[in-house]
Design a protein around this ligand. Structure first.
Ligand SMILES: [Zn+2]
Length: 447
């Protein structure tokens, strides 16, 4: 190669290298060509130094650490999304396919017939769909139910003249052993302890139940619709100020136990659950951070703080390892947890996102006995960590469903939000979130 040409070649290679070093990197979408069914797609990544980013010719906000994100509205068919900076241009082809509207599922009534529940914690719902909160009971294995209709993937369960529920078809069998016959009542009893009230009721078969949360009492109802449509047995236990409750079933005998929550932190067993772990990384941040690591950092800070305050503290994981949701619940139950705090960071997904609004701390609860703690934590965490208030929300996350502890799930900030990324990458974020949680628990117990 002549000297001139060789010089030019080296020069061009150098320019290319510089461009590659300084150009932005996209974390989402993962592929340059992708097919989605959502109305929006989320672009997220890291810019370098003073690089300015345009997506489809509109400038994007870039945080001081280089994090940027924007959701792009999609039209049907192919969408060309051009991401441009002074150093680089990348073209994404996003194909939006039309979702076929699922045909309306009609309710079909049928002759009442018995079925058996296949596994413990089978969800009984108030409607034939999963909307995240419409859970009315967790049925035990071998509960004998009467189904009298179906809609889509659900059977309607007849409970009494004015009560019905819905169970997923896959969760029951109509293949009933011959020894399974309609149940009859055996006996009931009640006991009062210093910190708990216990009532038991026994039948010859496992029957469906629900718990009603009334103003001043918890009402446990067992239904035996095969006897008559008014065959409902109730156990009433006055509701303490702060309480948890537990239901066990053995050989047709239900035990319904309502506990007073301890009044001081020294008497409390608190389970701290760092979300995800191991191969399950959780959400990915604008700069590629993994949620599981931040969750763990917060959990370890919180452990230290709560121990100093005198609480009995148990972590579901103390290092980066895999753990199922069920493992976490079993650990909490086996240790008689009073309070269960699951720690996560949030992600927005492919939706219409306003990065100035969709950020900050949200706290989830499921059972009514946990709503107060959730409200307090939203206040104390945002105050301590400087995050925006993103709301207190009710959702049936598996770890929040057991009523035997006060359970909340903290989404401390959004992994996918550029502004939040500045906070969660800061040195003292884990400590500040942990302080907010500990302060909140103290306030909750003192109320
Ligand atoms: Zn998470």
């Amino acid at each position: 190669m002549p000297v001139m040409q060789r010089g030019l070649f080296l020069f061009l290679s150098f320019i290319l290298l510089i461009q590659q070093c300084y150009a932005y990197e996209l974390v989402l979408p993962r592929e340059k060509k992708t097919t989605v069914s959502s109305k929006y797609i989320y672009f997220m990544g890291k810019a370098n130094h003073s690089e300015t980013i345009d997506i489809n010719n509109i400038p994007v906000y870039v945080a001081p650490n280089g994090a940027f994100a924007r959701s792009i509205k999609l039209k049907e068919g192919e969408n060309r999304v051009v991401v441009r900076s002074s150093y680089n241009t990348q073209i994404y082809k996003i194909y939006k396919k039309t979702l076929k509207k699922s045909s309306e599922e009609k309710f079909v009534e049928c002759e009442p017939r018995p079925a058996l529940v296949l596994k413990d914690k089978t969800i009984l719902r108030s409607a034939p769909k999963n909307d995240g909160v419409n859970i009315i009971s967790g049925l035990f294995k071998d509960t004998r139910v009467i189904i009298n209709g179906s809609q889509g993937q659900f059977y309607r369960v007849f409970l009494s003249a004015d009560t019905a529920g819905w169970v997923a078809k896959k969760d029951v069998t109509e293949d009933i052993p011959s020894e399974s016959v309609p149940a009859s009542f055996v006996n009931m009893s009640s006991q009062k302890y210093k910190n708990a009230s216990v009532q038991s009721i026994s039948f010859t078969q496992n029957l469906p139940y629900i718990v009603e949360n009334r103003d001043k009492e918890l009402v446990f109802k067992v239904f035996n619709p095969e006897l008559s449509e008014n065959s409902v047995y109730t156990l009433n236990i006055p509701k303490p100020d702060k309480y948890t409750y537990n239901i066990t079933l053995q050989d047709g005998c239900y035990t319904f136990k309502v506990n007073n929550l301890p009044k001081t932190i020294e008497e409390c067993t608190i389970v701290i659950d760092a979300g995800h772990g191991g191969t399950e990384k959780g959400a990915i941040g604008c700069l590629g951070d993994e949620e599981k690591n931040i969750n763990l950092k917060i959990a370890l800070e919180l452990q230290q703080y709560l121990k100093q305050l005198g609480a009995n503290v148990i972590l579901t994981r103390e290092c980066d390892g895999n753990m199922t949701l069920d493992d976490r619940i079993v650990l909490a139950k086996n240790n008689d947890a009073d309070i269960f705090i699951s720690i996560h960071l949030n992600a927005t997904g492919d939706m219409d996102v306003n990065i100035r609004k969709n950020r900050g701390t949200s706290v989830y609860y499921y059972n009514d006995n946990s709503s107060k703690l959730a409200e307090i934590l939203e206040k104390t965490i945002t105050k301590s960590a400087g995050t925006r208030k993103d709301g207190v929300k009710q959702k049936g996350f598996a770890v929040l469903r057991p009523p035997c502890y006060t359970g909340v799930l903290v989404e401390a900030a959004y992994m996918t939000n550029p502004m939040d990324s500045v906070l969660y990458r800061s040195e003292d974020f884990a400590f500040n979130v942990a302080t907010g949680i500990a302060d909140g628990i103290m306030e909750f117990l003192a109320e």
